[in-house]
Design a protein around this ligand. Sequence first.
Ligand code: ADP
Ligand code: MG
Length: 263
Amino acid sequence: MSSNTGLEITGVNKVFRSGGRTVQALENISLSLSAGKVGVLLGPSGCGKSTLLRMVAGLEKPSEGDINLNGRAVSQPGRDRGMVFQDYTSFPWLSVRENVAYGLRINGDRSALNEGTVDHFIQAVGLEKFANAYPHQLSGGMRQRVAIARTLANYPELLLMDEPFGALDPETRWQMQDLLLNVVRKERNTVLIVTHDIEEALYLGDVVYFLSRHPGRLNETIHTDFKAGLPEGDREAFLKSEDYRRLELHIRRLMREEGRDAA
Ligand code: ADP
Ligand code: MG
């Protein structure tokens, strides 16, 4: 079923050609993510997660197939999509507030509007006390919060994240996952996140797209409806739940089969 709101990927293939070599990175990917939902691209290293995300961002073109966001074809990068990378992309010479305001400034928003928006998102990621600090004075998790605030301040229709918490220690990573869920639920963002971490995928995703590799195919789509019956933000209840354990084991098996195929 196709809908006009959300992300719609239809029959996407991606072949890389360099020198005489060709690599088929993705084969016949079709998926749809409804507006306001968190989708996760999960799969082993090299299965094409980043390639798919970059195509949604418009940084890369599909060899075949279509990508539509809210009824419009994606053909190049645009302000309707905001991307957060794993490495901290804040500017060291700008304060937290200036970093968050930066995207608004280059997009030419009125400054009166900016101040409210900037403060709103600094608050949303819990950095009020650090608004005038510089990136080198912040921890890795805090710098990642700056990147999220800066991206959200542009009100993207789709937030794209490629292994955003991959470089963080486990404790900070858990905090960042909760913070992200809080913010995107409140702002009703549509989000597409790449990870190879099963727990992260199931914890963050309303829907998890599991990709197999060589070439990357959509192997299974998992809806995490079971979380509706759990207390929100209670990781322990989540990890202990029967459904989580079953799904985690199931995906672990799929990953292991992938590993065998590759060996
Ligand atoms: P993942 O993010 O899941 O680890 P990638 O999307 O980075 O996977 O890569 C998928 C496949 O496409 C890999 O085999 C990779 O080597 C290949 N690939 C990615 N980008 C390029 C490129 N620019 N040129 C050639 N091959 C590429
Ligand atoms: Mg990648």
